[in-house]
Design a protein around this ligand. Structure first.
Ligand SMILES: Cc1cc2nc3c(=O)[nH]c(=O)nc-3n(C[C@H](O)[C@H](O)[C@H](O)COP(=O)(O)OP(=O)(O)OC[C@H]3O[C@@H](n4cnc5c(N)ncnc54)[C@H](O)[C@@H]3O)c2cc1C
Length: 409
């Protein structure tokens, strides 16, 4: 029986990083990957450019700030940039700290990983989906879908979350962890487009604006973001919406009914808008709005404020309707009814419960020699390089400790 020193299940971002780190720290490593190639998801990150870290990263950009802080203190964005630079990848820092490879190609990461894997003699077995893990005489026994068995002293579970399952991450890691006694928190899609309940979506589909958008529950602002918003026939997307989506899904999971509030006009006071309507009182209402908001919103806002004729003169509109229209420019609410789900999401919120994971080494508190990395854990971050940074950091740390420690059950 051939017992490996260290096996990593999952050759995604965090598993690949763990393999290099473990090899840096002296381990002989085996990666088991269910796909016919490693790193499939890396290729689609950052619209093919791979936003691999964020130089402005703060612990509060994550759902579990104190937990991630311990890991980032050991291997954060600066160490990551240095690490990849040593392997040949130069960084290109863009707006809001988002960092890409200078080549602007996500495939650069894969090229580098494949090169390093070969150079370091890391073994990779493709099309090996692990379906069962058991503990036997101090080592782990891994069984694959086609019945093959692997024996290993140390094990790193790097199977990812449930987002975009065609890249391989289908949530199977949660089941594997359950069997070993670990629990998962509720998992749901985050960084995902939202479905809205509005009769105007078809008309607005394709409209892009830059604006503030709040997530409201009743009158309470749950989260506020400013940036690009894109309307689509199902609802709404864009960086601001992706950021709000985690909270929106969390609320909907609790049977709450959040809505989004779009603030179409930010830089002009209400008094100024009232003045404008006075100035244009002899104009048709639709004409009076031209130059103030995107033209596609005009008929929508008129309908929402109960003004059925777009050619009615401003001076002939009943006051309450006109004030409703003015209010809508600053406070337009649309109910959120869902999201596009795991398949469309960039990250999975929730995952393996952190209370049974050591926050310095990422080792299981139940089984010595078992480690976790990346999205399979109950960690998710904002959009902008944060989730890959978590993958690199957790991969590095787990790979290191799995190689340093020689404890066994
Ligand atoms: C479209 C898209 C764009 C994104 N863009 C960015 C970005 O620009 N910046 C950023 O920071 N983050 C981005 N992310 C998020 C980021 O890619 C993930 O957070 C990160 O890849 C997670 O790494 P991981 O190693 O935990 O999981 P994954 O990268 O998902 O890897 C898991 C691996 O495990 C394998 N696996 C699963 N189960 C088994 C099993 N039972 N047996 C064997 N193998 C198994 C899978 O096939 C897969 O290869 C993006 C995500 C998506 C979907």
């Amino acid at each position: 029986m051939n017992i490996f020193d260290l096996t990593i299940i999952g050759g995604g971002a965090s598993g690949l990083m763990a393999s290099l780190s473990a090899s840096d720290h002296g381990s002989k490593v085996l990666i088991l990957e269910k796909n016919n190639r490693v790193g499939k998801k890396i290729l689609v990150t950052g619209n093919g450019r791979c936003n691999y870290t964020n130089v402005l990263l703060k612990k509060d950009d994550f759902n579990r700030p104190d937990f991630v802080e311990n890991i980032f203190n050991q291997f954060g964005p600066a160490e990551t940039i240095d690490y990849f630079e040593n392997l040949g990848i130069l960084p290109k820092v863009e707006d809001e700290g988002k960092t890409y490879p200078l080549s602007e190609q996500a495939s650069t990461f894969l090229d580098i990983f494949l090169y390093e894997i070969e150079k370091r003699n890391i073994s990779v077995e493709l099309e090996q989906e692990v379906t069962k893990i058991a503990k036997n005489n101090g080592h782990f026994v891994l069984t694959t879908k086609d019945g093959k068995k692997y024996y290993t002293k140390k094990l790193i579970l790097s199977t990812g979350g449930k987002s975009m399952s065609l890249t391989g991450s289908d949530g199977s890691g949660y089941e594997l962890a359950h069997v070993l006694g670990h629990k998962t928190t509720e998992v749901f899609p985050a960084l995902v487009k939202l479905r809205l309940d509005s009769p105007h979506l078809k008309h607005l589909s394709g409209v892009k604006i830059n604006s503030r958008v709040d997530l409201l529950l009743g009158e309470e602002i749950m989260q506020s973001e400013t940036g690009d918003i894109l309307f689509a026939n199902y609802g709404i997307s864009g960086p601001t919406i992706l950021e709000l989506s985690r909270k929106a899904n969390e609320l909907m999971n609790k049977n709450k009914k959040p809505c989004i509030r779009i603030i179409l006009i930010q830089s002009v006071s209400k008094a100024k808008i009232i003045e404008r309507f006075n100035q244009f009182k002899d104009k048709e209402i639709s004409q009076s709005l031209v130059g103030l908001i995107n033209k596609r919103f005009i008929s929508v806002l008129l309908k929402e404020s109960g003004i059925d004729k777009s050619n009615i003169l401003v001076k002939d509109i009943n006051k309450s309707q006109l004030f409703k229209l003015i209010d809508l420019l600053y406070d337009w609410r649309i109910q959120v009814v869902g999201s596009l789900g795991f398949e469309d999401s960039q990250v999975t919120a929730g995952g393996i419960d952190l209370s049974l994971i050591d926050n310095l080494t990422l080792e299981s508190k139940i089984h010595n020699g078992l480690y976790f990395t990346g999205e399979v854990l109950d960690i998710d971050g904002r959009c902008g390089g944060y989730n890959l940074q978590w993958a690199w950091s957790s991969g590095y740390v787990a790979g290191k400790y799995a190689s340093l420690s020689d404890r066994n059950d």
